[in-house]
Design a protein around this ligand. Structure first.
Ligand code: CMP
Length: 138
């Protein structure tokens, strides 16, 4: 099924110069960028994005982290894009992520884990709306 998913390049992937490397992995799997922008996320947007984690012990550090620098938000389209991208990215904890996945190859911390991707179609729809209007998605 042709799907659209939301991707966030977190501040560490930008600071470490890994954006091109990560994007090229998506492109090589025939995934297509349909919207993309550089933003400095505010606490309100970060709180909406991570509302399901409110109250967890890592929540405050997560919000501070994703609002600490420039990020890239993106909508990516492709066949089974949601599951495919989560496979390319690997498990949240870099220690669990398979070698060959983005977090397996480049991650070293469960919070500072480079990139976020939606986990379902419903989540993708909700997350895309936090950052994009329908008229700036191709
Ligand atoms: P992400 O895929 O963006 O979803 C929630 C984020 O919270 C996660 O990546 C990590 O950056 C961060 N996080 C920190 N600790 C944990 C944890 N124990 N479980 C899940 N996410 C965590």
């Amino acid at each position: 099924m042709l799907e659209r998913t939301f991707i966030l390049f977190k501040p560490d992937s930008i600071a470490r110069g890994l954006v091109g490397e990560i994007l090229s992995r998506f492109e090589k799997k025939s995934l297509k960028i349909v919207a993309m922008k550089l933003v400095r996320m505010d606490k309100n947007q970060a709180g909406k994005l991570y509302s399901i984690h409110l109250g967890k012990k890592f929540y405050d550090e997560l919000i501070t982290y994703v609002t600490s620098g420039t990020v890239i938000v993106m909508v990516i389209e492709g066949i089974n894009a949601i599951r495919l991208i989560r496979k390319i990215i690997g498990a949240t904890d870099p220690l669990e992520a398979e070698m060959g996945s983005i977090r397996g190859d480049y991650g070293s911390d469960i919070t500072y884990n480079l990139i976020h991707a939606s986990d379902s179609l419903e989540t993708a729809e909700r997350e895309i709306k936090i950052f994009f209007n329908t008229d700036n998605v191709a």
